[in-house]
Design a protein around this ligand. Structure first.
Ligand code: KIV
Ligand code: NA
Length: 265
């Protein structure tokens, strides 16, 4: 694939090729991730936690999401870019949802949007899709509803919630969503959902039976260190490595070791 589109993702599912997805919130990181060949880049509202240090994803604004997304879009040449609609930008009414999605598309150059929920946001999803904007769904643990859930633990362990999730997934496909993120649900349920759909299901903490995986890049690089869910695999330990680099730099400056004769004019 020279350039990933929403159609490429359906093809990948049909060909049993797993889809790779990572978050990015800025130009430099997006450049690295796009160039290394990830299929989908998510400008997640997890920027609220990772970039801004908020405890939840609720505070981040549409303007801030557009700032992050436009930075990412300037870097990307191949990946499909999905931009999260932040909390408050699509729940109140479908017209506002469409307005928010249009702002993201026009002002950031994003290729698609993602929003959380199923039947609750049906009219908003349909309205955005009618405007020709691809929509990715997000079910299971939906962090914008954290105050309803009370905890970030595994969702849909009970039958009623699992049944609703399965219905919502089918509905999202029926309405025309191009893919669904499933966050923190039992692997068996996630696999069942993926098997029941022709659109790809991208999991995070949803096991290996789904059509692709997504992680928050700062977590997978090991830049964060207090967040330790079972599903997180760290590919680097940058928290320690970067900390050591800073420590070394401080020492070199104090010792007048940096800059040396060759590092000046
Ligand atoms: O905001 C985000 O990073 C996400 C992923 C965890 C799916 O929505
Ligand atoms: Na998100």
């Amino acid at each position: 694939y020279k350039r990933i589109t929403v159609k490429s993702l359906t093809e990948m599912k049909r060909n049993n090729e797993k889809i790779s997805m990572l978050t990015a919130y800025d130009y430099t990181m997006a450049r690295i991730i796009d160039n290394a060949g990830v299929d989908v880049i998510l400008v997640g509202d997890s920027a609220s936690n990772v970039m801004a240090g908020h405890e939840t994803t609720l505070p981040i604004t549409l303007d801030q999401m557009i700032y992050h997304a436009s930075s990412v879009l300037r870097a990307v040449e191949r990946s499909l870019v999905v931009v999260d609609l932040p909390f408050g930008s699509y729940q109140s009414d479908p017209k506002e949802a469409l307005r928010s999605a249009i702002r993201i598309m026009k002002e950031s150059g994003g290729h698609s949007v993602k929003l959380e929920g199923g039947s609750e946001v049906k009219d908003s999803i349909k309205r955005i899709l009618h405007a020709g904007i691809p929509v990715m769904g997000h079910l299971g643990l939906t962090p914008q509803s954290i105050y309803k859930f009370g905890t970030y633990t595994v969702r849909a362990k009970e039958k009623a919630e699992a049944e609703k999730l399965k219905e919502d997934a089918l509905a999202l496909q029926r309405w025309g969503c191009f893919a669904i993120v499933l966050e923190k649900v039992p692997a068996a349920l996630a696999q069942e959902v993926a098997d029941s759909l022709t659109i790809p299901v991208i999991g995070i903490g949803a096991g290996s039976g789904v059509d692709g995986q997504v992680l928050v890049s700062h977590d997978m690089f090991g830049m964060t260190h207090e967040f330790n869910p079972r599903f997180l695999r760290r590919y680097l330990n940058l928290y320690e490595e970067m900390g050591n680099a800073v420590g070394q730099y401080v020492k070199d400056v104090k010792d007048v070791d940096f800059p040396n004769d060759k590092e000046q004019y």
